[in-house]
Design a protein around this ligand. Sequence first.
Ligand code: F6R
Length: 248
Amino acid sequence: MRIVRAKDYQDMSEKAACMIAEQIRRKPDCVLGLATGSTPEGIYEKLTEWYRAGELDFARVTTVNLDEYRGLDSENVHSYYHYMKEKLFSRVNLRQERTFVPDGMEPDSGRACREYDGIIASVGGVDLQLLGLGHNGHIGFNEPGTDFETRTHCVDLTESTVRANRRFFASMDEVPRQACTMGIGTIMQAAEIVMAVSGEDKAEVLRNAVCGPVTIMLPASVLQLHRNVTVIADEAALSLVGHGGRVS
Ligand code: F6R
């Protein structure tokens, strides 16, 4: 596991965006696994900036997102599809039919999840997966206790995740309680993983994820077992991790 220390959120965003841009230049028809939330906003901003400057071309890129809330359609402003459209899809030359997000509206959630795994397989798997880190150590919406082998599945969000998501909604009642997420097994199949982390409030969970034991009670700790992971985090998030560059 490689640890890249960034000065601050801006620097973290630029460094993570650089890795994604390099992936696109190396393999223009690559498959990017993408995340939502606060952390990647600056990354998508940078990618958009480089696209507008003519430095990056998404014409042949495919994207598969980590997760989607259950019960929110793609037009819902709180859906992750809508987030992706606002922050990236509509701002660069990605082809809409090459952007995939789990279907949170399919009544048969098991079927929606199986189909999503089928899509990931049919595009040849993920070349580079971008992740954020939840305060409870979740990756995607794989909450503590999730088996490391899981494929895309439907989950009940924990109370702490529902509370963390509250900031995006008008009231607690509106926050979805379920989501469809790529499983940990699905995430671990990506050829390369980049996890971006920012802020002092993530320092403890980040330390435990990269230096602590690998345990299903801290899903991100599984990344210690992947052969090609880069954690890009700012000073605040890395304040409890010693200097050194490589952890395992
Ligand atoms: C988002 C996702 C989540 C977030 C995590 C961190 O698609 O899968 O795992 O990455 O909850 O969220 P932020 O970046 O808002 O702190």
